[in-house]
Ligand binder design. Structure first.
Ligand SMILES: [Zn+2]
Length: 432
């Protein structure tokens, strides 16, 4: 279905994720252009084409609040290692050799195909050659919050932080106002950006009124090193630089002190919780139930495919719901409803897009997924949230719609050639 045609999806169970968490049975959702213009029960009021979904579930697409999409090229390149050894001895050397603009495009297409197939409709990306990533994303039809990843040292995309800042600013100017690409200021971490660079980051975000994201307190070692170098931990250092505000999302935040947590809540700073990456790199378990209790907005991210090793938000949501029960010996924490919100509306809020995505409501963009319920995983269903979080896997996601346009129908990708993408990645022969 093309984005300009008035059409309605009928006979659906609509999981709205609105304020009241309404579930509409025998519901319809009417889309005009890229917007939802009506949601209700029974027959749609507007004319236009009708698509009977046969009792399937329609819910908002997932928001992956932290990833490095083109790193799909490095999926499984170096596993079972601690973060700094993994980064310094494997990831950064591989990136120095293979992260060219052309390879970034190929990796991006692999990531985009994977995200569509697993129901993600919006992602926040931190990587290099952001223009190339944005072009591929726009072609594939996904929504993204992104910018050139800023850090101090030379990469294949820029020579030094000054050039990174320039590229980042040009990216914002170029993509501002785009329907799908929402520019942001993306800086790697407090341990990879000098103070002067961080000050410029803050000025840029303020000048263009865009969101920001960075890695914060991912490992104990990071917190110790930043404390040694700056006399305060990463959160307090960011606060001193006036970077801790409601425009900022901190990825990971495994090691926040009580004081840090209160500051996050007070300043409206969001967290992109990445449980798989934190477990895989042995970084620790972020005390998410404590963060939620303090009123911090917690979203979910997969991190890059090199530390996950996939971009599947269904798995991430399930792990987030299970992990903290085991960790706190309390099966009531991060319940299914909370986990779904973390994977949708909380992500939208973190990225400053909750006015247009994250829930299915009149006036918002038509970004949603249709879930097949006629399969073993989804049979029987006693509670919809529980079925989606604990029983479903991404193979149940049948259709993906972003900005009113279908990107996958019946598990077939519409905008990308999956076989070609797989062949292109294989032909790179990385590390062979
Ligand atoms: Zn990351």
């Amino acid at each position: 279905m093309q984005e300009s045609i008035l059409h309605s999806y009928t006979n659906a169970v609509i999981i709205t994720i609105n304020k009241c968490m309404d579930i509409i049975k025998n519901g319809y959702i009417t889309v005009n252009g890229n917007k939802i213009i009506d949601i209700g029960t029974g027959e749609p009021k507007s004319g236009g084409i009708t698509i009977d979904v046969g009792g399937k579930i329609i819910m908002p697409g997932f928001v992956n609040a932290h990833t490095h999409m083109p790193m799909t090229l490095y999926r499984g390149i170096a596993d079972d290692l601690p973060l700094m050894e993994w980064l310094e001895e494997h990831i950064w050397p591989a990136e120095a050799k293979y992260t060219t603009e052309e390879n970034v495009r190929i990796g991006a297409r692999l990531g985009l195909a994977e995200m569509i197939k697993t129901g993600t409709t919006t992602f926040c990306d931190m990587y290099f050659f952001a223009d190339a990533v944005a072009e591929e994303t726009e072609k594939a039809g996904l929504r993204s919050v992104m910018g050139e990843g800023i850090l101090e040292f030379a990469t294949n995309s820029f020579e030094h932080s000054k050039a990174a800042l320039e590229k980042a600013e040009n990216f914002i100017k170029k993509w501002s106002g785009n329907k799908l690409i929402h520019p942001a200021v993306i800086f790697h971490a407090t341990y990879t950006c000098k103070k002067n660079t961080l000050i410029k980051v803050k000025e840029m975000a303020e000048k263009y009124k865009v969101p920001m994201t960075t890695h914060i307190s991912e490992t104990k070692g990071e917190v110790e090193n930043v404390t040694y170098e700056q006399g305060k931990n990463p959160v307090q250092y960011l606060k001193e630089l006036k970077l801790l505000n409601n425009k900022l999302t901190g990825a990971h935040c495994v090691w926040l002190t009580e004081y840090d947590q209160k500051d996050f809540a007070k300043h409206g700073t969001s967290i992109a919780h990445c449980p798989t990456s934190n477990l895989k790199l042995g970084s620790g378990i972020a005390p998410i139930p404590d963060y939620l209790k303090k009123g911090i907005n917690v979203a979910l991210g997969t991190d890059g495919a090199a530390s996950n090793n996939n971009l599947d938000m269904v798995e991430e949501m399930r792990l987030a719901a299970l992990l903290h029960k085991g960790n706190t010996l309390n099966p009531t924490v991060v319940n299914a409803k909370t986990a779904i919100k973390m994977a949708t509306i909380n992500g939208a809020k973190a990225l400053g897009l909750d006015n247009i995505i994250g829930s299915l409501e009149v006036g918002k963009r038509a970004d949603f997924i249709i879930i097949d319920t006629e399969n073993t995983f989804m049979t029987p269903i006693y509670d919809y949230y529980s079925a989606i979080v604990y029983s479903m896997n991404s193979s149940c996601i049948e259709t993906v719609v972003v900005n009113g346009k279908e990107l996958m129908v019946g598990r077939e990708l519409v905008t990308l050639n999956e076989n070609l993408i797989v062949e292109q990645v294989k032909s790179l022969k990385i590390m062979q």
